[in-house]
Ligand binder design. Sequence first.
Ligand code: MLT
Length: 278
Amino acid sequence: MLFERLTVDGRVVHYAAAGDEHAPQTLVLIHGFPLGVRMWEPQLTRLGLLLNEPAAASRWRLLAPSLPGYDGSDSVAQPSMDDYASHVLAFLDHQGVATAVVAGLSMGGYVAFALLRQAARRVTGLVLADTRSGVDSEQGRAGRHRMIEMVTAGGARAAADDLIPKLVGPTTMGTRPDVIAALRQMIEAQPPAAIVDSTRAMLARQDAGPLLPSLRLPALVLVGEEDTMTPPEESERISAALPGATLVRVPRAGHMSNMENSEPFNDAVRGFLQRIAG
Ligand code: MLT
C-alpha cells in the first residue's frame, strides 16, 4: 500500500487514499488498536472501486489517516481520544474536506465518538465496526495495565503475541494464515510508544453511551459474528441506542471483520453509502 504524506500543524501525517479523488463524498476510515492504516487495505482497494463503478449512484473518495505515532506519523505528547479526533479533523481540513462519513473500527469507533462530540456537524454518516460505547470493565482496565507492562518490556511483538488470538475469530484462525500474517506485520511495525499511548488514551476515554441517543445521522453498525473482544451484544446495544442505525452481522469473522470477511463488510458499507448519498 502506498502511503501519502502531509504536514499538519507542523507534524507529519501518513495516510492512504483511494477512490475518486474529485468525488464530492468522502469516507474517512479510522483504524483500530494497534494496527495502523494497512488494516483498511480491503476497503481501500475493493470498496474504493465498487463505490465508483460507472453505475454507482454516488462517487466517493476514501481517506485513511494514521493516528499520531502510527505508520511513521509524528506522535503527540500523551494523546487522548479527543486529541486523536482533533488530529483527524485537522487532517480533513488540510484535505479540504468539510463533511464526511466517518468509519471507525474498535478504537477507531472511540475516536469517532470523540469526533462527534467535537464536530457533529461535520459528520454526515457513521459506520461503527466491532466497537463498544461504554468504558472498560475493571477486568478490562487491568488488561490495559498488563498491556502497558508487556509492551514496555517486550515491545510491539509482545502486543502482537497477546492480541492476535483475540483479534480474529476461529474461522480466520483456522483458514486465513494471510490475515494472521498481515496483522502480525502491522502490529510489529508500530512503535511501542504509540501502543502504550493508545492504551493510556483508551483507559481514559469517556463513556459514549449518553451521546448515542442524541445523534441524528444515518448509521451502520457492523460486527463479526465471532467477535469476542467486542461481542455482537455490544453492537446490538449501540444500534438500539442510536436512532436510525442498521446492524449488520458479518459471518465467519471475529473482531477484524473488515479484514476477515471483507466481501459482506464492503457490501454493507457500499449499500449504506449509496443509500445515504443517493
Ligand atoms: C481495537 O481493536 O481497536 C481494540 O480492540 C480496542 C480496545 O482494546 O478497546
